[in-house]
Design a protein around this ligand. Structure first.
Ligand code: PEP
Ligand code: MG
Length: 322
């Protein structure tokens, strides 16, 4: 199977009815772009920048971060890289991070909440990102948003970082695109409001499933309840993708669902045309894209996303994939 898939490495990600689909890689460190290229993708839909902050005692300096972001941006030859700002506090915890007193870290000071509370860390990273934007096609993305005010605060932080760079005469892309992650149900439900101030959204299904179902994504004892095909999750996905498409804004999925070929047709049927995933999944997903006629998906997908019982979803999903 692996061998036969490598044959489509250089083929286009296009459906039988000529729909162009963008398949992008998720990376954790700059050197991971090699694996993205090896698997036939050209752009990066999610660079999890927090990995630059892990396995060390101190914070990475602005210059260190700049070099890492610049390396990826230059390697991509003008194709886009979406770099997510520091996303820590739940499963990924650096040594310097002090846990709060709450008993639910995933509901505490994590993701963008943490960087908004630590303006110094935020400014250092934003300056590094902006400086690197002079060397390639960088987009900035904020994780774990729950309200519009956070977006406005993030935009203000970007403006401040731009201002300091201007004063120092350092080059950056004035029109850098700013997007956000949809990972909390409130963000999914209210995505139209979010899109007033964002150029794009990317759906982080790993967290969206966790927060929608109230199931810890890393807890084995409740792993049987962690179900991306739950009707409530599918309802939110369909709402976010449909709303963004209607508003003419870019939308992608960058959680595990994007790299699971079992969900490729369903997501295409919801209107998704951008998928970002672990590089190892790229060819398997491309294979499904190339054997799908989206014009034939409508009725079956509507039937799946209007189910209200998770046990009814599974057989319909299987039928969609034959
Ligand atoms: C997600 O939540 O789906 C996501 C892509 O972010 P992470 O897995 O890094 O939390
Ligand atoms: Mg997440």
């Amino acid at each position: 199977n692996k061998i036969s898939l490598t044959k489509i490495r250089t083929e286009a990600a296009v459906t039988l009815d000529s729909q162009q689909v963008e398949l992008m890689g998720n990376i954790e460190l700059p050197q991971d772009v090699d694996e993205v290229f090896e698997n036939g993708a050209k752009s990066v839909g999610l660079f999890r920048s927090e990995f630059l902050f892990l396995s060390r005692d101190d914070l990475p300096s602005e210059d260190e971060q700049f070099e890492a972001y610049k390396a990826v941006a230059s390697a991509l030859n003008g194709e886009s890289v979406t770099i997510r700002t520091l996303d820590i506090g739940t499963d990924k915890i650096p040594r310097w991070f002090e846990r709060g007193s709450g008993i639910n870290p995933a509901l505490g000071l994590c993701g963008v909440r943490l960087t908004l509370a630590q303006p110094h860390i935020f400014q250092t990273q934003l300056r590094a990102l902006l400086r690197a934007s002079a060397f390639g096609n960088i987009q900035i993305m904020f994780p774990l948003l729950s309200e519009s005010r956070q977006i406005r605060q993030c935009v203000q932080h970007v403006e401040l970082a731009k201002q300091t760079l201007r004063e120092e005469g350092l080059p950056f892309n004035e029109n850098i695109k700013i997007g956000g992650m949809v990972e909390i149900p409130a963000a999914a439900i209210n995505v139209a409001g979010f899109l007033k101030d964002l150029s794009f959204v990317s759906i982080g299904t790993n967290d969206l499933v966790q927060y929608t179902l109230g199931v810890d994504r890393g807890d084995d004892q409740v792993a049987h309840l962690y179900n991306p095909a739950h009707p409530a999750v599918l309802h939110l996905l369909s709402h976010v993708i449909g709303t963004a498409n209607r508003l003419g804004k870019e939308v992608s999925v960058c959680g595990e669902m994007a790299g699971d070929p079992r969900f490729t047709r369903l997501l295409l049927g919801m209107g998704l045309r951008k998928f970002s995933m672990h590089p190892a999944s790229l060819l398997a997903v491309k294979q499904v894209v190339r054997t799908t006629d989206t014009a034939l998906l409508g009725e079956k997908v509507s039937e799946i996303i209007t189910q209200d019982d998770e046990d009814l979803v599974a057989p319909l999903l299987d039928a969609l994939n034959v």
